[in-house]
Each structure stands twice: as C-alpha cells, then as structure tokens.
Design a protein around this ligand. Structure first.
Ligand SMILES: [Zn+2]
Length: 116
C-alpha cells in the first residue's frame, strides 16, 4: 500500500541533501541581483527601491549609487546653483508663497476633509 509513492517522495526530497543540486545556498544565490555598474551579484536589499522598474529595484547597487553621488557632488551642486539662477523668479515666487503659508493663514484654510 503506497509503496512506490512513498519511495518517490523520498527521492523528491533527496536533492535537498548534501548531494543534491537544489541547496539552500543555490536558492539564495538565485535571488541575487547583478549590478549593471560593478557587475557584482548582491542581495536585493543592496539595491535601492524604484517603483518604476519591473523588479522594483535600481539596476545599480547602493554602493555604486553612493559612489556616483560622491564623485558627482561638485557637478550636482553646480547644476543646482545654475538651475536656481535660471529660475530665480520662480524660486522667489515659490519662497513668497511658502512664507505666506507659513505665516499661518489658517482662517481661509479648508476644513479637514473627513470623508475617508
Ligand atoms: Zn554596484
């Protein structure tokens, strides 16, 4: 009764043993993601989240992104400065609006929406 099935069950479980090919390590390795910049395989936690991507992660690892930011810190600051100069009017208008709001014009603020 149930002889062949019992045996089959054990053969199915066997690959999980030390001689088997499907090991826990292989399962973990299979979940690794390769960084397109440094080419290293790292766990998904080493990649920043990016909802616009299919797998929900950046294609470059955190270390590479961090290094990129460090290497381009000067260029980014320069870019920001230039943007601010080019959009000075916009920036000023935004600043004024922000300050007005901060001054506390709560009287004409809409009542708290409670239609959740
Ligand atoms: Zn990398």
């Amino acid at each position: 009764m149930g002889g062949i099935w019992a045996r089959r069950c054990t053969t199915l479980l066997r690959p999980l043993d030390r001689r088997g090919k499907i090991t826990l390590r292989r399962l973990i390795v299979g979940a690794l993601k390769r960084c397109t910049n440094c080419g290293e395989e790292k766990p998904p936690a080493e990649f920043s989240r990016d909802r616009s991507r299919k797998d929900g992660r950046y294609s470059q690892c955190k270390a590479c992104v961090r290094r990129w930011h460090q290497e381009n810190a000067g260029r980014l600051a320069e870019y920001n400065r230039r943007w601010r100069e080019a959009n000075r009017d916009k920036q000023r208008a935004w600043d004024r609006r922000y300050r007005e709001r901060k001054r506390g014009r709560t009287s004409d603020a809409p009542p708290e929406a409670n239609d959740g």
